[in-house]
Design a protein around this ligand. Structure first.
Ligand code: PLP
Length: 460
């Protein structure tokens, strides 16, 4: 077995890590961490440190770490048939079964599932499908996509453009010209603090209406949004937001893509965020919770309305020119089948609802007397704490002070609990596995209180 110092050296010399300060890592200012095991909510590194992962990896390990059932299903599939492609009508028992299981759980009016490997590539697929759809309908100008500032939809060329976070655009020549951004439904950060939630929703609607009028409805193909804004700050929508936005989209014949990469398969305490908020999407993006990240797999769930046009298109034009070597990979599909079975058997959707409510309430009451806590919000097992310099007039910290990252570091160092410093703003995010127990929720709440109080004392 390799020694840790040997691995650290190889790591620095050879491995290009995503979302990493490359220079700091190369210089050794940023330490590597080699993860070697996991069970339930806990992960373990090669130095033997056990950590409670209250972000489920990247909000993806919904069933928790180390579930033998999924490992066994992957091993069995690998032994029986590790790979065959899914082009021209090919498939495996696992991929066909999984497509059916997804549609059995999906909102009504959905028709078919296309399988990819990541949330990013699924959204890339979605935009191609939307363009194809409008070309088949002979509307060649109707191609632009509306996304929200602070939305997160991946980091490819199109999907990085859809993502409304500066970090993902800077120096990459993004966003592409076909993407336009509209307001984030972020009530806590409203400009006018006296505005009511209803007035704020109306402002989001007006600003979307104005954008559509400016660009021309005949140039806009689709709107993409996460039911709950995720990486942009973990922000549940204000009451009435989705209903009002959908009315605008319907009026202008604009398709709706619900990006459920985080919210799909239980995170909000319902199987899909679309059901949770009465969203009627034309396409749904799924990934993460589909396999609990035990193997890479994503999907685009296509509605009956869109599917009908795709079929018509192939009658006119021949086979659809879209597909990857690894689409519907049997090992990913086998992981997906075993994972969805476990979600049912372990009652994880209702556990997410109950434990999520307990956790969110617990955070609110434990943190209410700490002055830098400006907002505690959440839905299901997805929560955020936003920090402010002054609670009364809601002034934010200078981003250079890195208050959010300082708190995430204190949480890890003092209590061995992982929370995520969200990339834009001083926000600590939590998205533990859906199997979290009351005791585990209490540990995270206590650790959060300790870390926040500790940093508050240093900076105030
Ligand atoms: N969409 C949403 C809502 C996400 O949160 C993410 C990743 O966090 C993606 C898409 C991209 O998924 P991936 O990182 O698998 O490409």
């Amino acid at each position: 077995m390799l020694r840790n110092d040997q691995l650290a050296e190889w790591d620095r010399d050879n491995f290009f890590h995503p979302s990493t300060h490359l220079a700091q890592f190369a210089r050794g200012d940023l330490q590597n961490r080699v993860i070697s095991g996991g069970e339930g909510l806990y992960i373990e590194d090669r130095d033997g440190n056990k950590t409670l992962d209250a972000f489920a990896g990247l909000y993806c390990v919904n069933i928790g770490y180390g579930r033998q059932e999924v490992a066994d299903a992957i091993a069995a599939q690998a032994k029986e048939l590790a790979y065959y492609h899914s082009y021209v009508g090919h498939g495996t028992e696992a991929s066909i079964t999984l497509a059916k299981m997804i549609l059995d759980r999906a909102p009504t009016n959905m028709s078919k599932v296309y399988f990819g490997l990541s949330g990013s590539d699924a959204n890339e697929t979605n935009i191609k499908l939307v363009w194809y759809y409008n070309n088949v309908l002979d509307r060649p100008k109707k191609k632009k996509i509306i996304s929200r500032w602070r939305g997160y939809h991946g980091s490819g060329l199109m999907t990085g453009s859809l993502t409304g976070l500066e970090l993902f655009h800077n120096k990459f020549d993004l966003p592409l010209s076909q993407v336009v951004h509209t307001d984030a439904p972020y009530y806590f950060r409203r400009e006018n603090v006296d505005q009511t939630e209803a007035e704020f929703v109306q402002q989001c609607v007006d600003s979307l209406d104005e954008l559509i009028a400016r660009e021309g409805a005949d140039t806009i193909a689709a709107f993409i949004g996460e039911p709950v804004l995720g990486t942009g700050g973990i922000v549940p929508p204000p009451t009435g937001y989705w209903k009002a936005i959908q009315a605008v989209l319907k009026k202008h014949d604009i398709l709706l893509i619900a990006d459920e990469v985080v919210t799909g398969f239980g995170r909000l305490g319902s199987m899909f965020g679309s059901d949770h908020y009465d969203i009627e999407p034309d396409i749904i993006t799924i990934a993460k919770g589909l396999t609990s990240a035990y193997a890479p797999l994503s999907g685009s769930i296509v509605s009956k309305k869109v599917w009908k046009i795709l079929e018509e298109g192939t009658d006119k034009l021949g086979p659809i020119g879209h597909g990857w070597t690894y689409s519907a990979h049997p090992i990913g599909a086998a992981a997906g089948v075993a994972n969805l079975k476990l979600i049912d058997e372990m009652n994880l959707v209702s556990n997410a609802r109950e434990m999520g409510a307990y956790f969110n309430e617990g955070l609110k009451s434990a943190l209410s007397d700490i002055s830098i806590v400006g907002d505690v919000r959440g839905e299901g097992i997805l929560s955020a704490i936003e920090f402010v310099k002054d609670r009364d007039d809601r002034t934010f910290f200078d981003p250079a002070d890195k208050v959010g990252p300082q708190i995430a570091t204190a949480l890890l160092e003092r209590s061995k609990v992982i929370g995520r410093a969200m990339p834009q703003g001083d926000i600590l995010g939590f998205a533990p596995p859906l199997c979290m127990t009351k005791d585990e929720a209490d540990i995270i709440i206590e650790a959060a209180r300790d870390a926040i109080a500790n940093v508050a004392e240093k900076i105030l």
